[in-house]
Design a protein around this ligand. Structure first.
Ligand code: GDP
Ligand code: MN
Length: 381
């Protein structure tokens, strides 16, 4: 679960990482009131679950309440890469002398958390990694040893931070960020920029915070922060139905059983020149009801032109999947979708027989994954 900047900052505040004082606002009037309360110049910040808000015009300085109201009018409703701004965060403006970058994330390859720190913050970190990789200090933490003070020192000295007060403050923030990462079961905690003010104070000016969905039961207060309106409506519907579904932007709807097979199917469809509309995994059971749910989700996407069922029966029984497909054809209006079906493995023959006997003109059986992908791409054209 991705948190909004202001939510991430709330967690930063709880572990003692310095952040600016701020207020939520969802309307120009609330932005004005917030600026009034905070006093002095403020920053009006779009709250959307995507980065690069500054470049997109979603972050603006305001001299006072009037100005904050005006800026809020400009930012609310703005579309930032498909995310419409409905919430704002108004915070006391900071003067910036330097912009650094600090993050901790999971390095799945190393099976350890990974700290990254550089004094070249403010810009996209991918750019730093590409253009001056030596400036990006990377350091793994052994989770069994936990945090050790030398970790912070190595990051700070490695990036050549020279000012002793800055070194101390950053070291403290590194330790607290590790605590936040562990305590809130995070997948990512990123501060970009971590700023130094002209007075030499170090603080987090931005926050990117991702909490592991599987650990949300341990953080009921954080779980409640989920903004259901921000989710893709089809993905939200899939979640409701218990279907594993990721929306993509092509035209071939894909349904497989098992994450591996479903991902391979996405790849094969792309390989034969098609564009997958989604990733959808029926899982191991593949009950008829699950198939109906999956088709209900996939057909909500207006971009879908054809659907490719790629089933390899193991625990999943192909006859059960076939029954699900026929059941869905009876319950949903599927007339405009050609369905390419490849059944293999447990009870495949029985499944194919069921489909054949049903005599539905929009069902196209194929024997292999490759032929199925080709057919589905053809039919989506
Ligand atoms: P992002 O573009 O989504 O990463 O949003 P950020 O919160 O990182 O803000 C983008 C940029 O706006 C920062 O890198 C800063 O340069 C600038 N910015 C944000 N807050 C302030 C502030 O309080 N004062 C000043 N002067 N600039 C700010
Ligand atoms: Mn940022």
């Amino acid at each position: 679960m991705d948190l909004y900047e202001y939510q991430g900052k709330e967690l930063f505040r709880r572990v003692g990482i310095p952040v600016s004082d701020g207020r939520r606002a969802d309307s120009p009037q609330e932005a004005r009131a917030a600026a009034q309360e905070l006093g002095g110049p403020v920053v009006v910040k779009a709250q959307v679950l995507t980065g690069g808000r500054g470049k997109a015009g979603g972050i603006k300085l305001a001299s006072g309440p009037d100005d904050a109201e005006q800026r809020a009018k400009e930012i609310l409703g703005l579309d930032i890469r498909g995310h419409v701004v409905r919430r704002l965060w108004i915070e006391k403006a900071s003067d910036i002398a330097k912009e650094y970058y600090l993050s901790i994330t999971f390095d799945r390859g190393a099976k350890q958390p990974l700290f990254m720190f550089t004094t070249q913050g403010g810009v996209e970190i991918e750019q730093v990694a590409e253009e001056s990789p030596e400036a990006l200090i990377r350091l793994h933490v052994d989770p069994l040893e936990g945090f050790q003070p030398w970790i912070a020192r190595r990051l700070v000295y490695g990036a050549a931070v020279e000012d002793p007060s800055e070194q101390r403050q950053i070291a403290a923030i590194v330790e607290r960020l590790y605590r936040a990462f562990v305590e809130f079961d995070a997948m990512l905690c990123e501060i970009n920029p971590l700023i130094v003010t002209p007075e030499g104070e170090v603080k987090a000016l931005d926050s990117k915070f991702t909490v592991d969905d599987s650990a949300l039961f341990r953080h009921p207060d954080v779980a409640e922060w989920r903004d259901v309106t921000a989710a893709d409506p089809i993905e939200a519907f899939a979640r409701e139905k218990g279907v594993t579904y990721v929306k993509l932007d092509g035209t071939v709807g894909i349904c497989g059983n098992g994450a591996g097979l479903s991902m391979s199917t996405v790849d094969v469809v792309a390989h034969v020149g098609g564009r997958p509309a989604n990733f959808c995994d029926l899982g191991g059971g593949g009950s008829a009801e699950g198939v109906v749910d999956a088709l209900e989700v996939i057909t909500r996407d207006p971009q879908v032109k054809s659907i490719f069922f790629n089933i390899f029966g193991g625990i999943t029984r192909c006859d059960e999947v076939a029954r699900g497909i026929l059941e869905a054809l009876g319950r949903l209006d599927m007339s405009r979708y050609p369905l390419v079906v490849r059944l293999d493995g447990t009870n495949a023959e029985e499944g194919r027989r069921l489909l054949q006997e049903a005599g539905r003109p929009n069902i196209h059986p194929e024997a292999t994954m490759l032929d199925g992908a080709r057919r589905a791409v053809e039919l989506a054209a």
